[in-house]
Design a protein around this ligand. Structure first.
Ligand SMILES: *[C@@H]1O[C@H](CO)[C@@H](O)[C@H](O)[C@H]1NC(C)=O
Ligand SMILES: *[C@@H]1O[C@H](CO)[C@@H](O)[C@H](O)[C@H]1NC(C)=O
Ligand SMILES: *[C@@H]1O[C@H](CO)[C@@H](O)[C@H](O)[C@H]1NC(C)=O
Ligand SMILES: *[C@@H]1O[C@H](CO)[C@@H](O)[C@H](O)[C@H]1NC(C)=O
Ligand SMILES: *[C@@H]1O[C@H](CO)[C@@H](O)[C@H](O)[C@H]1NC(C)=O
Ligand SMILES: *[C@@H]1O[C@H](CO)[C@@H](O)[C@H](O)[C@H]1NC(C)=O
Length: 450
């Protein structure tokens, strides 16, 4: 009985499958025919509106998050304020739409940004978007066109504090974002992981390298602060030579200015330095391991090719903007739509000086964005390159209990959120345990990243 049923089922399948296939094929052909008939009536630029352009090479390495679609998308009606601003600029630099547009004068680029701003901000939808923004965001938009803030204090003509007579080009410049009142943080860094001059690498046989240091500051308003600390800061600068301060208000949404102005300063003052660590003043860096790691990277056979794209850190892929209006990272969707590009998460990242110069040039074509890490990612995206994740950068601290193990701080390059007191203790511990932990490797991935 079972056999009989089975045979009938086979016959049924044999007869019906081709019929179903034919039906599907016919349906498909009809849809294609309809489409091509419609298509002929809307030729040229109209049909382009639905296409996403993707720069060649972008998706070659599948281990990276795919590029955010919004970069090359031509349709703008459903975009946020910033997307619209930037879209007007991106279209001009789209190598597919404008193959001959590769050489532009910087004055042209500036006027392009101005033009896109006045078009979008003064349109009806632009005004509507602006009206619903929070007060700090509105303040950001009011000033987002300006970036030519002069410096108030500079290290004397050189690339930050360092040794007087370096025998080789500096390996690493530590560029640390801080604020006027955070003197304790700066002092702890100077005495621990941020010492300038020649520093030994980690391994017994590693040769070490020259370190330079600079702190990046804006200005606090003496009235809101209640005191004027600028004379103290000038004294600090005289003593340590590592202060770089600009004349803009040091607020959260102005932090991006520190990156942009730092790249500008770096490009004209640091032509020999090989790497930059850019980080916050509440991180701990295992400098000896960092030196060894970077030297190993430099000694790799293909380093001359890879250095122009070199950026490592704790990389965040495919993040969505924070839509919680109580968060300090809050971005309403009237301001930005879509995913963020891959970016190095807060705390710190390391990049090459070659990449710094390229970021400097590209940043002139990218409207400022209120969240600094994301802005760097946006510039990277426009260079068609991606930061590389390294598990030894801990933005979100150690997994539970691991931080208390004897050698845990020998497994990392950086960890975020440490107080000045903790820095001093951790640095002493690092020295004390160096013998015992000398062969502990850096943290590496257990699970494979997509
Ligand atoms: C993609 O890049 C990662 C990180 O640089 C590398 O480890 C991986 O081997 C690359 N994959 C391919 C297919 O090239
Ligand atoms: C770009 O330049 C090439 C050669 O210089 C020329 O043949 C081509 O027509 C130009 N294309 C456009 C879109 O102007
Ligand atoms: C240090 O020496 C060991 C063996 O003596 C070697 O395996 C290692 O690669 C060396 N490290 C560097 C950075 O030269
Ligand atoms: C950024 O700094 C400028 C110059 O001091 C200031 O006018 C502006 O209000 C600041 N922007 C924000 C968002 O705080
Ligand atoms: C680097 O800068 C110094 C001083 O600013 C200058 O004398 C030197 O020629 C520059 N070197 C290169 C390679 O640009
Ligand atoms: C924040 O969002 C909540 C819920 O989405 C809303 O009720 C509240 O009014 C918002 N607050 C502000 C200041 O926009």
């Amino acid at each position: 009985m079972a056999k009989f049923q089975c045979r009938w089922r086979n016959v049924f399948i044999c007869l019906c499958s081709p019929c179903i296939c034919m039906a599907i094929l016919l349906f498909f052909v009809m849809i294609m025919a309809c489409n091509s008939m419609n298509g002929t009536s809307t030729p040229g630029i109209h049909s382009l509106n639905r296409i996403h352009f993707v720069a060649s090479g972008t998706l070659r390495n599948k281990s990276y998050a795919p590029i955010a679609k919004t970069f090359w998308e031509l349709e703008t009606s459903k975009k946020g304020f910033w997307n619209k601003l930037q879209h007007a600029v991106d279209v001009q630099f789209n190598p597919i739409l404008h193959p001959n547009n590769t050489k532009r004068k910087s004055g042209d680029i500036e006027s392009l940004l101005k033009q896109s701003f006045s078009e979008v901000a003064h349109s009806d939808s632009g005004r509507k978007h602006f009206a619903v923004l929070s007060e700090p965001m509105q303040e950001f938009v009011r000033y987002m066109q300006r970036r030519d803030y002069p410096s108030i204090i500079q290290p004397d003509g050189v690339c930050g504090a360092g040794a007087k007579d370096e025998k080789e080009p500096p390996l690493l410049l530590l560029a640390i974002k801080t604020t006027e009142l955070n003197f304790k943080n700066r002092q702890a860094i100077r005495q621990t992981w941020g010492q300038a001059g020649w520093q030994a690498g980690h391994e017994m046989n590693s040769s070490g390298g020259y370190i330079r240091r600079v702190f990046l500051l804006g200005k606090e308003d003496p009235e809101t602060l209640g005191v004027d600390v600028s004379p103290l800061l000038r004294m600090e600068s005289k003593h340590y030579g590592d202060i770089l301060q600009w004349d803009f208000q040091d607020t959260f949404f102005n932090l991006t200015l520190k990156d942009v102005l730092f790249w500008d300063w770096f490009s004209s003052h640091c032509n020999k330095t090989v790497f930059v660590f850019k980080g916050d003043d509440d991180v701990f860096v295992n400098t000896p391991k960092m030196i060894t790691y970077l030297q190993n990277e430099l000694n790799k056979p293909h380093a001359h090719k890879t250095m122009k794209d070199f950026m490592i850190g704790n990389i965040i892929n495919g993040a969505t903007p924070d839509r919680n209006n109580l968060s300090k990272y809050f971005i309403p969707d009237s301001f930005y739509r879509g995913l963020y590009p891959s970016y190095g998460g807060g705390g710190g990242v390391v990049y090459s000086s070659l990449l710094t110069r390229r970021l400097h040039l590209t940043s002139k074509m990218v409207h400022l964005y209120p969240i600094d890490d994301v802005y760097v990612g946006m510039c990277m995206e426009r260079l068609n390159t991606y930061p590389v994740h390294h598990p030894a950068f801990l933005t979100f601290d150690f997994p539970r209990k691991e931080g208390n193990e004897l050698c845990s701080y020998h497994t990392i390059l950086m960890v975020h959120k440490r107080s000045p007191q903790q820095l001093v203790r951790l640095w002493a511990d690092l020295k004390k345990t160096q013998r015992k932990c000398w062969d502990v490797p850096l943290r590496h991935n257990n699970e494979k990243r997509l």
